[in-house]
Design a protein around this ligand. Structure first.
Ligand SMILES: Cc1cc2nc3c(=O)[nH]c(=O)nc-3n(C[C@H](O)[C@H](O)[C@H](O)COP(=O)(O)OP(=O)(O)OC[C@H]3O[C@@H](n4cnc5c(N)ncnc54)[C@H](O)[C@@H]3O)c2cc1C
Length: 310
């Protein structure tokens, strides 16, 4: 089953990169059920989605879609939009939390540009009392993202966190290095969403899952605060047992879900007293995000097909 899952995921991500497919899906987005995973194209829609979630006891992470920016001008424009979102959060009640992709800030152009824009965003987040997470993108950006994170930590931006991916071989070492930071960092743990080669990532899903568990326990025992960002129900159950057994403080972990995925489970976890945070993507540049969600589960593709023909 693991091998078939992996083949499906790789095939879907490869097809999604093909020009004609991209054009068709971008045109037909509304019919293809994009709104199940993307809260809206505009900021007011996403603020409304977050208010609805808050009414159900769920916290949010705002994520402006758009990635792999490759010019300084585009990075400036994207940074401007992120600053606008943070400003809009200022007047929202509850916890404020935004995630950004380092390439949106210009990391793919050069490190210094990424750092300059990351500082602007981190300063704005501090001003509006928001937390900020540097998402982890594909393998070529992992070093740069971790360097951005370390630099911001050293400069005192303690409200900034980042993400580790359990499909990468290197992540165990990265976690051990990050656990040397004092005070201990806040990290999100994911399995990883990009198409990576076996030179850098486990091809076998069982190994990705096992590594997730190892990183989860190592991170919690090592003192990090963790966002446990998975929809894997067996890992979630094991985490619940672990935090109970270890008597871990409630502020040392939270469960994180993608918008639209397993909403009943999200509510059950809230009912059992856990903090649950929903990652809410929005914006017009939804294609890459949407195709990664289809790659995660064959049933999501069937949902699209039903939207087309149903
Ligand atoms: C809050 C959050 C933030 C993330 N940030 C990043 C990031 O910065 N970088 C990165 O590389 N990845 C990120 N991801 C994506 C992550 O890497 C995985 O691709 C994704 O979460 C699917 O893996 P899983 O852990 O749910 O486990 P899986 O083993 O893939 O799935 C576990 C179960 O959940 C179901 N499921 C999984 N995905 C979906 C879906 N889309 N729709 C319906 N059911 C689904 C599966 O069918 C299965 O039953 C993030 C995920 C979350 C939840």
């Amino acid at each position: 089953m693991g091998v078939i899952d992996d083949l499906y995921r790789r095939a879907l991500l490869a097809v999604a990169d093909a020009g004609p497919v991209t054009g068709f899906v971008k045109q037909q987005g509304r019919h293809l059920g994009v709104s199940r995973f993307v809260a809206g194209e505009r900021l007011p829609e996403v603020l409304e989605a977050a208010r609805t979630l808050r009414g159900e006891g769920l916290e949010s992470i705002f994520d402006l879609l758009g990635e792999f920016v490759d010019t300084e001008a585009d990075a400036a424009a994207m940074t401007g939009e992120i600053l606008t979102t943070l400003e809009a959060l200022r007047s929202e009640p509850g916890e404020r939390y935004m995630s950004v992709k380092p390439t949106q800030l210009g990391l793919g152009v050069n490190f210094d540009l990424g750092l300059r824009n990351a500082r602007r965003v981190a300063e704005k987040a501090r001003e509006v009392d928001a937390r900020l997470c540097l998402d982890m993108e594909n393998a070529p950006y992992v070093d740069g993202t971790l360097r951005l994170f370390r630099t911001l930590q050293d400069e005192g931006f303690r409200h900034v966190s980042t993400v580790l991916q359990s499909y990468l071989y290197r992540t165990k070492d990265d976690l051990n290095t990050l656990l040397e930071i004092s005070p201990k960092p806040t990290l999100r743990l994911v399995k990883g969403a990009y198409r990576e080669s076996e030179a850098v990532a486990f091809g076998d899903k069982a190994k990705v899952d096992q590594n997730y568990r190892d990183l989860l326990y190592r991170g919690l025992e090592g003192g990090a605060t963790l966002g446990i960002a998975t929809h894997d129900e067996s890992i979630i159950r094991e985490t619940e047992a672990f935090v109970r057994g270890a008597g871990l403080d409630a502020d040392r972990y939270e469960f994180q879900f993608l918008y639209g995925v397993k909403p009943a489970l999200q509510k059950r976890l809230v009912g059992r007293g856990h903090k649950v945070r929903i990652y809410i993507p929005y914006g017009s540049d939804w294609y890459g995000y949407f195709s990664r969600r289809l790659a995660e589960r064959p049933a999501n593709l069937m949902f699209v097909v039903r939207g087309l023909f149903g």
